[in-house]
Design a protein around this ligand. Sequence first.
Ligand SMILES: *Cc1c(COP(=O)(O)O)cnc(C)c1O
Length: 458
Amino acid sequence: MQHKTIIEPFRIKMVEPIYMSTEKERLNYLKEAKHNLFLLESRKVIVDLLTDSGTTAMSAEQWAGIMRGDESYAGAKSWERMRDAVSELTGYPHIIPTHQGRAGESILYSYLGGKGKVFISNTHFDTTRANIEYAGSTAIDCITEEGMQPSLDHPFKGNIDIKKLEDTIIQYGAENIGTVILTVTNNSGGGQPVSMQNAKDVRTICDKYNVLYILDCCRIAENAYFIAQREEAYKNVSYKAIAQEMFALADGAVMSAKKDALVNMGGFIALKSKEISNACTTTLIIKEGFVTYGGLSGRDMEAIAIGLDEVFDKDYLHYRITSTTYLGNKLLEMGVPIIRPVGGHAVYIDAKALYNHIPVHEYPGQALACDLYLKGGIRGCEIGSVMFGKYDENNNLIPAPMELVRLAIPRRVYTQSHIDYVIETFEEILKEKQNSKGIKITYEPKFLRHFTANFERV
Ligand SMILES: *Cc1c(COP(=O)(O)O)cnc(C)c1O
C-alpha cells in the first residue's frame, strides 16, 4: 500500500524538554528582549525556527562517531574519515577543513580576490558577500527574472541568469573575475533550487572565458532532491549521483557543514587545483589550525563524515522537503501570502502583503515576527527592512525590496505536530491581524543592526 501520510523516518531516542510558556509570560519576555528575537534566550522559545544552521539533531551513528573521535594534532583517524567522505562525494583531491562555512569563504575568496576583482553569483549569501567585500573585491548577483518574483511558480528559481553572467564577465574583463559562485540551493533567494542544466551552462561560460567556477554547496543534497523531482533526465538518478555530477562540473566547493552535513559546527573547502589549495593551506595554518583539523575537533570531523552520508538517504530527503512543503502549502491554503514555490529549508512569509495595514517604515516583518512569538512562542526571523533597510541623507528609510519573515526548519528536530502547532498559530494571526501595530527602532548600531537593535510597538 502507498501511504499518504509521510512520517518522520526516525524514532526519538533522546529528548530535550520545551518550556511551555504562556502568552502573558511571553509579553514580558518580549519587552525584556526589546522586541528583538535575537536577544531572546532560547529557553523562552517553544518552536525555534530562527535558522536551520547548526540546529540539526544528530543521529545515534553520529553520536557514536563522536565517541570515536581521534583528537590527535596531526593525521587523526577522524580527519582521514572526513577527508575521504568529502573527496568521495565531491571528486576533488584537495580537502581543507574549516570551523564553519565563512572561514572557508574568508580563506578562498581573500586569495582569489583583492582590489579590482569581481565575484559573480546567483545570489551571494551575506557572509559570502561580506568576505568578498572585506577583501576589497566586488560581489555581483545575477539572479534570473523569475527568481525575483515572489509569487511566480517556477521549478528552478535559484538559477543564475546565464546572459547576465556572460555580460558581467565581458563588462569587467575575464582576467578580473575572482570566481563564479553557484549557490545551491540559493539561500538568500528563498532556498530555491538550481537546475543541472544551469550548472552545465555555467561550465560552458566559465570554459569560454577561462574563469574559475566554485559551488557554495551548503544544501546540495536538498538541491539534488529538487533536480530528481523537476528535471526529467534525472528522475531515476540517485540524489548522491546528482550531487556528484554537479560537483564534477565545477572547479571546487565551499561548504558550511552546519546545513546538509547534518552537524552543529564545521565546514570545508574542496578543490581540483593543487596550486590554489597550497595557497589556502598557508592561510589555514595561520588562521584556523593545522591541515588535518582546521578549526575542528576530531569528533566534529567524525560527525561530518557520517552526516554527509546520511543526508543523501532517500527517505530522509523526502521527509525533509515534504515537511517544509507541508507547512508552506497549508499556509497558502489558509490565505497566508508566501514566496512560491516553497524552497528546501524554509518558508518565507510576505509580511508586506499579510500586514498591509502597517507601512513599510513601521516594519511589518518585525511586527509579524513579534506576533508569532507572542501568540505561539514561535521564533522566526525578519528578512526585510530591519535587516537590509538603509537611510537616505534626510534620514528617511530606503526599504528593502521585500518584507519577509523566514521560518527556517531545523533538520530532524521537530515533528509534524510541532508544524501543525505553527499552522494553528497562523489562524490566530489571520484573525487578529488588524489589531497588530507597527514597530519603531529605539536603538540601532551602525552595522548588522538586526542582531542587536531595540524596538517598541508604535
Ligand atoms: C550558512 C551559509 C554560509 C556560511 O556558513 P557558516 O557556517 O554560517 O559560516 C555560506 N553560504 C550559504 C549559502 C549558507 O547558507
